[in-house]
Design a protein around this ligand. Structure first.
Ligand code: FES
Length: 273
């Protein structure tokens, strides 16, 4: 049976008969101290990969954003620095990445899946389905500062699509070496990265809602057929949103790392064609 945790995020299993959103007390067997639960499994194991992966990515991305070097080589440009703005520091004295990272960062931070993941792993609020967060704080959901800012997600989505245009342009440019068409390992890396980022964005809950999920009646609106087809297609992607969120996060980090290694001379880019 499907239910929601005490913060309204989707849970599977551990629901008493009746289901539906319910109080923390009813899902934790009445235990109200931090970690209190009737669960007998190692629920805390779910938190470790989130802490490790998000922690590692956050640290790496922050260091790279401030580094300000080794972000391009030949036709390759790191996704952390795209679109490249003022690389010669005419008016912006700091790393060019700092001008743009707020947008992809905001998109990820406000993502419905990541919210659930980091609320649990970093805030222990609650730590897991049917596990108490403890305390007697009054829950205000995402209706007050700062969490009300999570509602900006759909606007980050719009900007995210603009970024995807730049990243597809970068992947296209990666096929040209000194004016000649070619393919290097970096070409494939950039292409793979932008493909996964696109799938991640297309599987977004907000996008699915905007393009059809909010409708009660498809046949009552204009372009009913195409809209329904699009909604079904996006729904299929949406079922694996968590998977795409993680794979695309790892891929974008590794893509930047590859460009950095090639640009710094640590490895040589292999030309395939
Ligand atoms: Fe995750 Fe929109 S809900 S990207």
């Amino acid at each position: 049976m499907d239910i929601f945790d005490s913060k309204g995020y989707f849970c599977v299993l551990y629901a008493p008969l009746g289901g539906g959103p319910m109080s923390a007390g009813s899902t934790t067997g009445g235990q109200r101290h931090l970690g209190g639960t009737m669960r007998r499994d190692a629920w805390w194991l779910e938190l470790l990969p989130v802490v490790i992966l998000l922690g590692a990515f956050g640290t790496y991305a922050t260091l790279r954003a401030f580094e300000g070097t080794y972000y391009e080589w030949g036709p390759y440009l790191s996704p952390f620095y795209s679109p490249l703005i003022d690389p010669h520091h005419r008016w912006w004295p700091f790393s060019p990445a700092l001008l743009i990272l707020i947008w992809p960062l905001g998109f990820r931070v406000t993502c419905y899946y990541y919210r659930k993941a980091y609320y649990r792993a970093f805030f222990l609020d609650p730590p897991a389905c049917a596990v108490s967060e403890g305390g007697k704080r009054r829950y205000r959901g995402e209706t007050a500062f700062p969490f009300i800012l999570q509602n900006l997600h759909r606007y980050f989505l719009y900007v995210g699509f603009i970024f995807l245009i730049f990243l597809w342009r970068d992947a296209f440019h990666a096929f040209f070496f000194d004016g000649r068409i070619g393919v290097g390992v970096g070409t494939l890396v950039l292409l793979f990265n932008v493909s996964l980022l696109t799938v991640y964005a297309l599987s977004c809950h907000s996008l699915r809602h905007l393009l059809g999920g909010k409708l009660d009646c498809f046949s009552c609106v204009a372009f009913a057929g195409p809209r329904h087809t699009t909604w079904r297609w996006l729904s299929t992607l949406n079922e694996r949103h968590m998977l795409y969120a993680w794979i695309s996060l790892i891929t974008v980090g590794l893509t930047d790392l590859y460009v950095r290694l090639v640009a710094s001379g640590a490895v040589r880019d292999l030309r395939l064609l």
